[in-house]
Design a protein around this ligand. Structure first.
Ligand code: HEC
Ligand code: HEC
Ligand code: HEC
Length: 132
């Protein structure tokens, strides 16, 4: 019998250290980036809220986009959603970007920081950039 306790403790520390960079990466994007929600549509809302709580959106917004895409494209479900006193489409360009019309100061601000480049914009347009 070797010193099982020490080996296990060693393994726990080893794997703990291995995962540290992942935890640091997980918090980094929001701690340094400063996305702006100062847009005409957001400023006109009764309550400044997103389609889901901001804490959830910060981490899971791509899931919401995936769900919307599936509902619209697969199920043909184009029911609007009611947020902040107004109706919005479940749509990237006519939903998210209606409120977050400042793509550069919002989406790009974080994505630049996090080093992500969503491929969506090769097909979906951003009105602000005059491509529509
Ligand atoms: C009705 C307007 C509206 C729509 C539509 C909307 N948002 Fe938001 N969003 C907001 C507001 C307002 C906030 C800030 C909420 C807060 O701070 O409580 C926000 C917050 C966020 C955040 C967190 C920002 C941060 O500082 O951490 C993300 C990410 C986000 N939205 C992405 C999206 C995406 C992606 C969509 C489409 C699936 C979307 N939003 C649709 C108004 C909207
Ligand atoms: C608070 C910071 C923040 C804001 C604001 C934000 N994002 Fe993100 N987004 C991220 C991070 C970080 C990732 C990468 C997450 C990961 O890989 O798990 C990401 C990933 C994504 C992805 C998936 C990309 C891929 O290749 O997997 C999509 C799509 C996306 N964001 C769309 C948007 C849109 C559209 C907006 C603006 C309406 C937006 N995001 C605003 C931080 C943000
Ligand atoms: C190859 C082209 C292409 C790419 C790339 C693409 N989409 Fe789409 N997307 C479409 C088409 C076409 C539809 C169907 C439009 C409709 O029926 O209204 C659609 C529909 C959607 C919808 C529902 C309707 C709407 O108006 O938004 C969402 C949400 C969506 N896509 C999100 C995304 C996201 C997020 C990405 C990037 C991670 C992405 N798409 C990348 C072509 C594309």
């Amino acid at each position: 019998m070797y010193n099982g306790g020490k080996i296990i403790a060693g393994l726990v520390i080893f794997f703990g250290l291995l995962t540290v960079p992942f935890f640091i990466n997980a918090v980094k994007p929001t701690s340094g980036a400063n996305p702006s929600i100062d847009t005409p549509v957001i400023n006109s809302l009764d309550t400044k809220e997103c389609v889901k709580p901001a804490d959830y959106m910060r981490i899971e917004h791509m899931k919401v986009l995936d769900e919307w895409r599936d509902e619209v494209v697969r199920d043909g479900d184009r029911k609007t959603i009611h947020v902040g006193g107004k109706d919005f489409q479940k749509s990237l360009q006519n939903g998210c970007m209606e409120c977050h019309s400042n793509k550069k100061q919002f989406c790009d601000e974080c994505h630049k920081y996090a080093g992500v480049k969503p491929y969506c914009w090769s097909c979906h347009f951003v009105k602000e950039e005059g491509r529509i």
